[in-house]
Write a protein that binds this ligand. Structure first.
Ligand code: MCN
Ligand code: CUM
Length: 808
């Protein structure tokens, strides 16, 4: 067969790995053809809405639903009493705790679900919500986790024995009714010894405030129980649809094959859609009760007030070093505010997520981490928001501690980092708190970053600015924010990572059609990350068919192979690996078919881009397309017809992407307004599948980092009222606040991943928050600042300047 294309053209034609292929999803999304949960409209469908608690802590004396039921169009009002006979008034959380589905006797946070109204449309439901009469008796509110551990006010009466003693929780002993767990890693005594004997010790306390992922699309579900065939179909905003199916089966007793869970298009997840919410359960129960489909979609305030928040970590650190700046030990204690229920979305064995990556990118010989989880009268959740399971907190902690140590040592913070980096030759590197980092080349990335921004020049400019400020020539100070982060993404392996007992592998199934196109299904689910584009690229390179000829499907449990879903930037490290492995199975069979067709031995053909070529005879070949046709239409001795493969991939380790970020900021000390002059972000996520998609991920993650560092917050008052429950108060950056980002990269492949790829989706957030925060802190360093807490909104920045006497 004569070939018209050059090899280069054939490679380009594949649109495989490394190509900035345009996102195939966008044609749909930009033309209003997305299909989100709220687009699911079924005949006879009813609508649910919640009665929510106005109080943060109160006893429920009575609930009267008569007036609501009397409103025309109202079908049902469910309360905990109705769910109790089904055993569904409480549900398990992902963190081993349990949570009320509807308030059972008391409410524990403002916005808690009290009753579920089902009506003919959303507006009638909302009107009926107003007619439900709940009689509350207010109780003392506890919003401060440190107070909670001293208080006589018991929040979770279900977590205290009748004799008043405090039984163990899911993660071991508890020392107070409001205490959830103590979790420790590393060597406490050895660390304390090293710090006690050290030449230099820096100590700091910092609060990583409570915030919220706030995806554009709020959470929702549509449940449809077909009583004739016994099948339950559930559409919802699920980042892990298979897990939802299994949990729904275990809770409801409906056999798993009779449950179909579908995540349609998702309008941003950012971790907010990992957890299981009362609305999902109530829509299912309501559909079972009424016999028709029931939709529940929350509004913006409900999303901000009651679904998975992020952070709320009070961190206390000590870091020790020699006079020359070599770090000798790190000690960290965290008081973790989990709200009313421990509903953190972590792998089961990690109640503080992967916070124990808090030694960061540095070779720290000995370290200790202790975390105490605490109940307060706030919304449950935690972890979520581009976090890789508390890696945001860990990196913020270490990158602040480095800055504080640099102040103590009177040393340049860039140099202090260089002195302490884990060296290239040390990988795989065994960290003091347990992780084995797979690969890295930190110094190269750091040098590249410092050079790109002319770091020395910036420091000289900053010194001049300080002089000018002191001489009264300017009212603007200049900050240089640095951060160097190491991420940990791609949970499993199954042996140490599970969710509710379900091991964290992932999967891909490919079916090649006779004419040489394909459909591949995975256990993950895109929420905007572009999986339909990028997974096809991995497969294109592996199997030699153009990405344009490969359809990617995710999110339907009736068709997709079992997987653990998308969060913790695990899709590329785990499902991406499964895709490559499934592709290789296809190729192995295809090679046998090609050899048969070419009448040579299997070992005498080799794969080249899109074809199998007879070794040493390049004019003799069979393309993958030809092989696909033969697989279905030609009897091949010893081989089954067809060409399909499935891979379930249990990763041997996680992947450890890293990056170097630098932010240059000018701050007007009289208005407290920061101006971001420059933001440089170098990311290393190993082998890059789609550089354009990576860049998009980085822009998005950095913008969310800007939000968190510079203003975004879920704030409570002393009575447990949410002060920032609307987008008037909760800061979402717009094009106005967002700077031009400069992106850059190095490539250090993961040695254990089939294509060497590491995750990237969460990196920019993990590295970005400390970078923005460090820029603010650095601007005030010459004036005596050591640390101030985020969010650095205009008011707080002004206050910092004021406290430092800069307004005098
Ligand atoms: N990618 C790549 N090359 C790599 C690594 C990744 O081209 N070496 C591409 C992937 O093919 C994929 C994207 O980058 O299209 C992100 O991949 P990955 O880092 O594996 O992350 P996940 O797909 O698992 O996405 C999860 C991650 C998380 S946990 C949060 S939170 C977050 C994030 O993605 N939520 C997002 N980015 C988001 N982006 C959008 N638009 N919406 C969200 O809800
Ligand atoms: Cu932690 S937010 Mo993401 O893992 O879905």
């Amino acid at each position: 067969m004569k070939d018209e294309m050059t090899r280069e053209e054939r490679v380009a034609n594949l649109k495989g790995m490394g190509c900035s292929r345009k996102r195939v999803e966008d044609a749909r999304f930009t033309q209003g053809k997305g299909n989100y949960v709220d687009d699911v409209k079924l005949p006879g469908m009813l609508h649910g809405d919640f009665v929510r608690s106005p109080y943060a802590h109160a006893r429920i004396k009575s609930i009267n639903i008569d007036a609501a039921m009397a409103l025309p169009g109202v079908t049902a009002v469910l309360t905990a009493k109705d769910l109790e006979p089904l055993g569904l008034h409480w549900m398990p959380t992902l963190a081993g705790d349990k949570q009320m589905v509807l308030a059972d006797g008391k409410v524990l946070f403002q916005g808690q679900e009290v009753a579920f109204v089902v009506a003919s449309d959303r507006y009638v439901a909302a009107d009926a919500v107003e007619l439900v009469e709940v009689d509350y008796e207010e109780l003392e509110v506890v919003v401060d986790p440190f107070e909670a551990l001293k208080s006589d006010v018991v929040l979770r009466e279900d977590m205290v024995a009748e004799d008043g003693s405090v039984p163990n929780g899911a993660h071991g002993p508890r020392n107070h009714p409001n205490h959830i767990f103590t979790w420790e890693a590393g060597e406490k005594e050895a660390t304390e010894q090293v710090i006690g004997d050290a030449e230099v010790v820096a100590t700091e306390e910092m609060y990583y405030h409570r915030t919220h992922p706030c995806p554009l699309e709020t959470c929702g579900s549509v449940a449809s129980m077909d009583k004739v065939n016994g099948k339950l179909t559930l559409w919802g905003t699920f980042q892990a649809p298979h897990v939802v199916r299994t949990v729904a089966s275990l809770l409801s007793g409906i056999e798993e094959h009779n449950i179909r869970v579908i995540s349609p298009d998702i309008g941003g997840g950012f971790g907010n859609k990992v957890g299981v919410y009362p609305g999902y359960v109530c829509s299912i129960v309501a559909s079972i009760v009424t016999g028709v489909p029931v939709k529940w979609v929350e509004d913006r305030m409900e999303n901000l007030m009651s679904t998975a928040f992020a952070r709320d970590y009070w961190m206390k650190g000590q870091i020790s070093a020699t006079k020359e700046g070599k770090i000798t030990g790190l000690h960290c204690h965290v008081t973790a505010d989990h709200g009313a229920f421990d509903a953190c979305a972590d792998p089961t064995k990690f109640p503080a997520g992967f916070m124990n990556i808090c030694t960061g990118s540095y070779d720290i010989p000995v370290a200790y981490l202790g975390v105490d989880g605490v109940y307060t009268n706030k919304a449950p959740g935690g972890v979520s928001y581009r976090c890789s399971f508390r890696v945001t907190e860990a990196v913020y902690f270490i990158e602040r501690m480095i800055e504080v140590l640099a102040i103590k040592l009177n040393m340049d913070p860039a140099e202090l980092r260089s002195i302490n980096f884990i060296k290239k030759e040390q990988f795989p590197y065994q960290a003091a708190l347990g992780w084995e980092y797979d690969s890295g080349d930190y110094q190269t990335a750091w040098d590249k970053a410092l050079e790109a921004v002319d770091y020395k020049g910036l420091r000289a400019e900053q010194a001049q600015r300080v002089e000018d400020f002191k001489a009264g020539k300017t009212r603007k100070v200049m900050g240089i924010g640095l951060s160097f982060f190491t991420e940990i993404v791609g949970a499993g392996p199954v042996k140490n990572c599970d969710i509710l007992g379900m091991g964290m592998f992932d999967s891909c199934e490919i079916r090649i059609h006779p004419t040489g196109s394909a459909v591949a299904r995975l256990g993950t689910i895109s929420q905007g990350q572009g999986h339909a584009t990028t997974f096809a690229q991995i497969l294109a390179t592996e199997i030699g068919l153009s990405a344009e000829s490969i359809t990617i499907e995710e999110g339907d449990t009736d068709t997709a192979p079992y997987g653990l879903g998308t969060y913790g930037s695990r899709s590329t490290p785990v499902a991406g690996a499964a895709a490559a492995m499934a592709g290789r199975k296809i190729r192995a069979k295809a090679q046998m078919i090609a050899a048969y067709l070419l009448e040579v031995h299997d070992n005498d053909v080799e794969f080249d881009v899109d074809r199998f070529v007879v070794k040493g005879s390049p004019e003799q070949f069979k393309t993958m397309k030809e092989v696909a046709y033969a697989a279905y239409n030609q009897a091949i001795p010893g081989l089954e017809p067809g060409l399909e493969a499935v891979s379930y991939y249990d990763p041997p380790n996680m992947t450890y992407p890293f990056g170097a970020y630098i932010c240059v900021m000018d701050i007007d000390v009289d208005t407290g307004v920061p101006e971001i002059r420059r933001f440089y972000a170098l990311d290393d996520c190993g082998t890059r599948i789609n550089p354009m998609v990576i860049e998009g991920q980085i822009h998005g993650g950095l913008t969310e980092a800007l939000a968190v560092a510079l203003g975004q917050e879920i704030a409570y008052d002393d009575l447990g009222n949410v002060k920032t429950g609307t987008l008037m108060d909760f800061f979402l950056p717009t094009a106005w606040e967002v700077p031009n980002y400069e992106t850059d990269y190095t490539v250090t492949p993961s040695p254990h991943h089939p294509i060497g790829a590491k995750g990237v989706g969460e990196s920019p957030h993990v590295g970005g928050v400390p970078c923005f925060s460090n820029a603010v802190q650095d601007a005030f360093r010459p004036f005596g600042n050591t640390h101030t807490n985020m969010p650095h909104d205009h008011w707080r920045i002004w206050q910092t300047a004021n406290d430092l006497g800069m307004h005098d």
